[in-house]
Ligand binder design. Structure first.
Ligand SMILES: Cc1ncc(COP(=O)(O)O)c(C=O)c1O
Length: 430
């Protein structure tokens, strides 16, 4: 076993002193990682003091400007070369981090009263989950997930990090969030460390929870924490803001988790990916509801993990997200996209729940996000998918033998009727 670096020991001590619970949750790698006082800290010192020649940074300068190629610069001519080509800092640009925090506080009234860390910028949400896995997950740690999930969780937490996944059926028999199944899975835990991941609006079903359901989820988690178990709760808010049903809670569960119990450590994973319509820019965020004194050590740990992996998020991506958020038309343009998606959600619900399809499928409740999921009453979903694709040029996702996910976010409202009519035809012909 490798000796811990003195800087890692220092961070560990700071974490242990500020929160023994968070220290308990750290993985072996989480305990080993640190941010070296090397080139980056010497550069930072020189940035402040080197007023004649600064020969520290591993970039090239010309006439005091960052060197670049005009051929790419002309494609984004309104941005300064510095905001396109320079390295971004390891935890992300401070102005973007601040802007995202303001956005979170505005969109989540429950967060108004809480201490919220400055969000850390990640290379998309997948990178955020990978960082959390590296910091907190040891082989054989238990992760509680519903039976219907975004598949990437398995790759990150099970295949890569070696977690032991325990699932509960997402829906109760009356097709609401299965609170008793969730609580039962938590109560069966015998370890002193537990990982939970919750995702609403949900992929693949589009389900969103009500405030009452949210309250029951918190009660279940608190009951488990009362037994002495330390619990990391990851809240995947990929589709935050895309709620189309007045009955469901219109803010993140994260706000209720912050401060709910000393043993409960919540982290919010979200991003520009869906919220800002910027899938390929790869800008995500990690936000913790930790006491302020804990954050410098956690940032030290995450700086080490990021430095050793991507070393930071593309500068131009961060600039584009930040500049969009600052633009005068920002709110109006976002609202416009939201209205389009909402109209499609309403249409999809109306079409899929039509009586003529009642003998073909059951529609899982969908209130938000991008998806609707059909549970077929006959036929095989994979065969249906293949026929739709090969004979009709319609792409869908078969999640199991019976479940077919349709991303209506990619369908024009006017085409929705046709798409589901072909799906029905294919199922009937099987
Ligand atoms: C539930 C969920 N989480 C996260 C993401 C986004 O991840 P990324 O930002 O890495 O594209 C997706 C994208 O499909 C998703 O469905």
């Amino acid at each position: 076993m490798q000796d811990l670096n003195p800087l890692a020991i220092e961070l560990n001590e700071q974490i242990r002193a500020a929160s023994p619970e968070v220290y308990t949750l750290l993985s072996e790698l989480g305990k080993r990682i640190y941010f070296p006082k090397g080139i980056l800290s010497q550069s930072a010192e020189a940035n402040e003091k080197a007023d004649r020649f600064n020969a520290t940074r591993a970039v090239a300068l010309k006439d005091n400007e960052i060197m670049h190629l005009g051929v790419s610069r002309q494609l984004v001519s309104e941005l300064s070369p510095e905001t396109i080509y320079n390295y971004a800092s390891v935890l992300g640009d401070t102005e973007l981090r601040q802007a995202w925090k303001t956005h979170l506080q505005k969109a989540n009234p429950l967060l108004a009263e809480t201490t919220l860390s400055l969000p850390i910028v990640t290379s998309g949400m997948t990178h955020g989950f990978s960082l959390i896995a590296a910091l907190f997950v040891n082989r054989d740690d238990t992760l509680v997930l519903p039976d219907k999930i975004w598949g990437n969780y398995r790759l990150i937490f099970q295949t890569k990090a070696g977690a032991n996944i325990q699932t509960y059926p997402l829906f109760s028999t009356d097709k609401h969030f299965n609170i008793s199944g969730f609580r039962k899975t938590l109560s069966e835990t015998t370890t002193d460390k537990l990982l939970i991941l919750l995702n609403f609006p949900h992929n693949p079903t589009g389900y969103a929870i009500t405030r009452t359901e949210a309250q029951k989820i918190i009660e279940g988690i608190v009951a488990c924490a009362d037994t002495g178990c330390c619990i990391l709760v990851m809240v995947d808010d990929a589709y935050a803001g895309l709620w189309y049903d007045a009955e469901v809670m219109q803010e993140s569960l994260f706000g209720m988790l912050v401060g709910c119990h000393p043993n409960v450590v919540p982290v919010k994973i979200d991003g520009a990916t869906k919220e800002e319509y910027a899938w390929g820019l790869r800008v995500g965020f990690l936000t913790f509801g930790f006491p302020e004194k804990l954050m410098p050590a956690i940032e030290g740990k995450l700086s080490g993990l990021i430095r050793a992996n991507t070393s930071g998020v593309a500068k131009i991506s961060q600039t584009l997200v930040l500049e969009a958020m600052k633009a005068p038309d920002y709110a109006e343009q976002k609202q416009l996209n939201y209205e389009i998606l909402r109209a499609r959600a309403v249409k999809v619900k109306q079409v899929t729940t039509d009586a003529r399809y009642a003998n073909l499928w059951e529609v899982y409740p969908s209130h938000a996000g991008y998806f609707i999921c059909l549970c077929l009453k006959s036929g095989n979903a994979e065969k249906v998918r293949q026929t739709l694709l090969n004979e009709y040029g319609i792409g869908t996702i078969a999640l199991s033998n019976t479940e077919l996910r349709v991303a209506y976010s990619c369908l024009e409202e006017a085409d929705i009727e046709d798409v589901f009519s072909v799906i029905a035809q294919v199922i009937q012909s099987q």
